[in-house]
Design a protein around this ligand. Structure first.
Ligand code: GDP
Length: 458
């Protein structure tokens, strides 16, 4: 990789107590030494690693500030390169000047995410860890902090690596067979090979399933809240969001012309489309005639159908029910206004709801149970994010699915009695798909293992 030294302001743009300018690359210490002069007699370049020192900060030979600096020497830094962090006063102008000063001394501006990219290129981080770090920065609830934190510490990387090692051993067996079919070189019998592949497949299936947790916590479950006007949809949404009631983001759909909002409901994130409709208490049933709303229903991974429990069900409720029949996702019947005596008979709708929750958006009654129901649907059971790798985005999921597909094919080939070299091609494809989870290359590793494990050249 190119050994340019990059610099950027690592704290957010704005006025604050302090700001941090980060410099990383071969010349980081030298460049920083031009900007920052320690108060002690020790020249900056001789400052001990990981020790914060006080000093004066210069711009074109004029002292503009004073602050602290720390050197992290390679490879013991985030990027794996020499890195210096200078803390100065957090004014927008002064911070910019300190950064400019590093440019004058030879640094170049870092692009978005470039420190983390360097960390990845230098083998300090796998791709899944880099992604988790971004998720951690974006986290707006504790569950996401836990999931992203575990990912950043390498939980998914480790899980993928374990499968990778299993498959690498399996594929080296098949290579030995290809190169020296007449010699009895393989360590594994076809049965043993099949067993290894079966083990890898089970682990991949577990990773594949873990994406439902990853989606629920990290990306958000697509949810439609439907019901006739005045059933209490917007009240319900507000009550559900509870204390941390901020609507998290507005996501303009790229493929769909629908505005989505992400809200955190307990430990689960929900992506709600058309919440504008909910807030305006527009007639959702009428809108069901509109293609867009129907699409939201058919796209949904969770539907909350809201009914006003205080009055008998009406025509519109039955019309809505028709659209819910045979939905391809869990449908919760949320019977609202439990603080008023019950008049609606939900069973008369003739729908097999996933669950019926009686709540009062007004008093909060039943809201915890509803929240728990949603958590149970998507995060059922105890999950230890630190020991189980959780697939938490579509890219990782695609890689895992591709690996699973190839490994299933290898398993079929072996079970059908084909020779190991046939299965070997599929195992190799599974390996390169799996390698995408953490972005490492395959071939070099595979070759290494053949020599290492089998001593073929002897
Ligand atoms: P939407 O049109 O479905 O979004 O319904 P709203 O949330 O605007 O609520 C319609 C009306 O029902 C409002 O007057 C709310 O105050 C009232 N409402 C909502 N939830 C409850 C509840 O749990 N109990 C009672 N008694 N009234 C409620």
């Amino acid at each position: 990789m190119e050994n340019k030294t990059i610099a950027a302001i690592s704290t957010p743009y704005g006025r604050g107590g302090i700001a941090v300018i980060r410099i990383s690359g071969d010349n980081a210490v030298e460049i920083a030494g031009n900007v920052f002069v320690p108060g002690s007699k020790t020249p900056f370049s001789e400052t001990e690693s990981n020790r914060t020192v006080w000093g004066r900060i210069y711009y074109k030979e004029e002292q503009i500030d004073d602050g602290m600096a720390v050197i992290f020497r390679a490879p013991h830094s985030y990027t794996g390169e020499d890195t210096v962090e200078i803390s100065c006063h957090g004014g927008i102008f002064i911070t910019q000047k300190v950064l400019e000063s590093t440019f004058l001394a030879g640094a170049v501006p870092a692009g978005p995410g470039e420190f983390t990219k360097h960390a990845f290129l230098n083998g300090k981080l796998g791709l899944s860890q880099a992604e988790a770090i971004i998720d951690l920065i974006d986290a707006r609830n504790m569950e996401k902090v836990r999931l992203a934190g575990a990912g950043a510490r390498g939980a998914l990387k480790r899980a993928a690596e374990e499968i990778y090692v299993l498959l690498r051993d399996a594929v080296s067996t098949t290579y030995a067979y290809i190169d020296y079919p007449d010699e009895d070189l393989t360590d594994l019998t076809p049965e043993e090979l099949l067993e290894k592949i079966g083990d890898a497949k089970r682990r991949l299936q577990k990773l594949e399933r873990s994406y439902s947790v990853g989606r629920a916590v990290n990306e958000g479950i697509r949810c439609a809240i439907v019901g006739k006007p005045n059933t209490g949809k917007s009240s319900l949404l507000n009550a559900l969001m509870g204390e941390d009631r901020a609507i998290v983001t507005d996501i303009a759909g790229t493929t769909r012309d629908v505005l989505e909002e992400t809200v955190s409901i307990g430990r689960v994130m929900l992506r709600l489309s058309d919440t504008a409709g909910i807030h305006d208490t527009e007639d959702v049933v009428e809108k069901l005639g509109v293609e867009r709303s129907l699409r939201a229903l058919s796209d949904a991974e969770l539907i909350m159908a809201v009914f006003d429990g205080s009055v008998p069900l009406g025509e519109e409720d039955f019309a809505l029910a028709e659209h819910l029949r045979g939905a391809g996702c869990p449908v919760l019947a949320v019977v609202n206004k439990s603080d008023v005596s019950r008049a609606a008979e939900i069973s008369s709708l003739g729908i097999d709801f996933t669950a019926e929750c009686t709540v009062s958006a007004r008093t909060g009654e039943g809201m915890d149970a509803l929240r728990e129901k949603i958590e149970e649907l998507f995060l059922g059971g105890e999950i230890d994010y630190n020991t189980e790798g959780i697939v938490s985005n579509a890219r990782q999921y695609a890689a895992v699915c591709a690996a699973l597909e190839h490994i299933s094919r290898a398993e079929e080939a072996l079970s059908a009695g084909y020779t190991q070299d046939i299965a070997g091609m599929d195992i190799e494809l599974a390996l390169s798909a799996l390698a995408e989870v953490d972005g490492r290359s395959v071939t070099g590793d595979v070759v290494e293992t053949i020599f290492h494990n089998f001593c073929v050249g002897k």
